[in-house]
Design a protein around this ligand. Structure first.
Ligand SMILES: O=C(O)CCC(=O)C(=O)O
Length: 237
């Protein structure tokens, strides 16, 4: 993950086209249609609202808060160490190492609730993830800067699945900019916002990460916590 990837306003394509799909009867349990598909130039997102129900979300969030080995890495910015503004944890199959926040992380072994989610995603979406980054935003001042999930160790042709739990937050997208700019306070030209709520599942399909960045701005008056789980596929040697 490279939250310090950056830069300018990027003369990107226009806003994305969002298509609401009827859910309910048309859904099958195996490959259910998403509630929304969001398409723009070189961007493909699929969104299932309330993919996990409220009771399952509450239980899962409570289990993760107590069982995950949360860390707050320090990153060097202009020669000074800063704690990243959130807590993180990396889980995965043996050997699935991942560099984020400038540090190489060895995977923790899958815990029971994480392994269940991984298998649910495989059953429902037919996607085989081998690793997972968890982000814990303790309140609205925790956040994540602009970045793309495009590190060399990630399988480039594999979607990334992002599950949100707890407080709603805005995930902001922008076309990959040409100039350096970390400003994330308002939606950039050619970009758009997605509000992600408890239980929502977002699939970011290739080649989105090659052409777009995303980030999670602060929401200062928010006091509630949010967890986000991004399932990924690390390249196998
Ligand atoms: O918290 C979120 O929704 C975004 C997480 C994210 O961008 C990431 O893990 O790369």
């Amino acid at each position: 993950m490279g939250p310090d990837d950056c830069a300018g306003d990027g003369a990107g394509p226009g806003g994305p086209a969002a298509a609401a799909r009827p859910g309910g009867a048309a859904r099958s349990s195996l490959h259910p249609d998403p509630d929304e598909t969001i398409e723009a130039s070189q961007l493909n997102l699929r969104l299932w609202r309330g993919w996990l129900g409220p009771a399952a979300c509450r239980e899962l969030q409570a289990r993760l808060l107590e069982s995950i080995a949360w860390e707050q890495p320090q990153v060097m910015v202009y020669g000074r160490l800063h704690a990243v503004p959130r807590l993180v944890a990396w889980y995965g199959d043996p050997g699935c190492c991942y560099r984020y926040s400038g540090l190489l992380h060895q995977p923790q072994p899958w815990t029971a609730p994480l392994a269940e989610l991984r298998h649910l995603l495989a059953d429902r979406l037919g996607l085989d993830f081998n690793s997972l980054l968890l982000n814990r935003y303790r309140d609205g001042s925790d956040r994540m800067g602009w970045h793309a999930d495009d590190e060399p160790e990630l399988e480039p042709n594999h979607p990334i699945a992002s599950l949100s739990l707890g407080a709603s937050r805005t995930l902001r997208f922008r076309p990959r900019p040409r100039r350096r700019s970390q400003e994330i306070a308002s939606p950039p030209a050619g970009g758009f916002d997605l509000e992600l709520a408890d239980g929502d599942l977002l699939l970011m399909d290739p080649p989105t990460q090659e052409h777009w960045q995303h980030g999670l701005p602060a929401r200062l008056r928010l006091r509630r916590e949010r967890l986000n789980l991004t399932f990924r596929r690390i390249r196998q040697p």
